[in-house]
Design a protein around this ligand. Structure first.
Ligand SMILES: [Zn+2]
Length: 185
């Protein structure tokens, strides 16, 4: 589905309610370079009401989206859903209310690509991780190894400050680790 297929042509519709359904797949997101969603299998049901001077759209988005896991960086699929009401008002100028979009009096159709994209992104949780236990273990192990190497490099400093704090408590007290080292001499 291309971006322009997410259009509702309302010019010939009677006043009142009409239902529309759109399926949104990978292509919709592939054409957006900046999209966090890489693949999707989503449906949008639009309850569309045509009134004399406005269009009232109730969006109901649901389905699956593929995004990157924050923990292991592998892609994973998650269920998402979101609902929103938008009003397209005939007139001039711009609206201060983000839920109201002004369209020209002579308009015959509206493109709902942008609202659908925003509904999808807003449906994503702030912490995006695989369900427990489903992360890429190889990747997590590789990350752990990297962290261990990094902490080895700073360990001598940590030991020095440990010993220093023990000395502060009691000048006579000798760190047992140093005692063990002395015996080796
Ligand atoms: Zn993961």
């Amino acid at each position: 589905m291309s971006k322009s297929e997410l259009e509702i042509r309302f010019s010939g519709l009677s006043e009142g309610k009409h239902d529309f359904h759109f399926d949104i797949g990978d292509k919709f997101f592939e054409q957006l370079d900046y999209s966090e969603v890489k693949k999707a299998d989503l449906s949008v049901d639009v309850n569309f009401e045509k009134r004399v001077n406005m269009l009232v759209l109730n969006f109901d988005l649901h389905g699956k989206a593929t995004i990157m896991c924050d923990k292991c960086t592998d892609d994973f699929e998650m269920e998402i859903e979101n609902q929103e009401e938008l009003i397209y008002k005939f007139g001039e100028g711009e609206s201060d209310d983000e839920k109201i979009i002004v369209i020209p009096e002579n308009e015959i159709e509206i493109d709902i690509s942008q609202p659908v994209y925003e509904l999808t992104i807003l449906a994503l949780p702030s912490r995006r991780v695989h369900p427990e236990g489903e992360c890429n273990q190889e990747m997590l192990d590789a990350m752990d190894n990297y962290l261990m190497v990094a902490s080895d490099e700073i360990e001598p400093n940590l030991q020095q400050s440990d010993a220093g704090s023990v000395d502060d408590d009691d000048e006579e007290d000798i760190d047992p680790r140093w005692e063990e080292l002395k015996k080796l001499k």
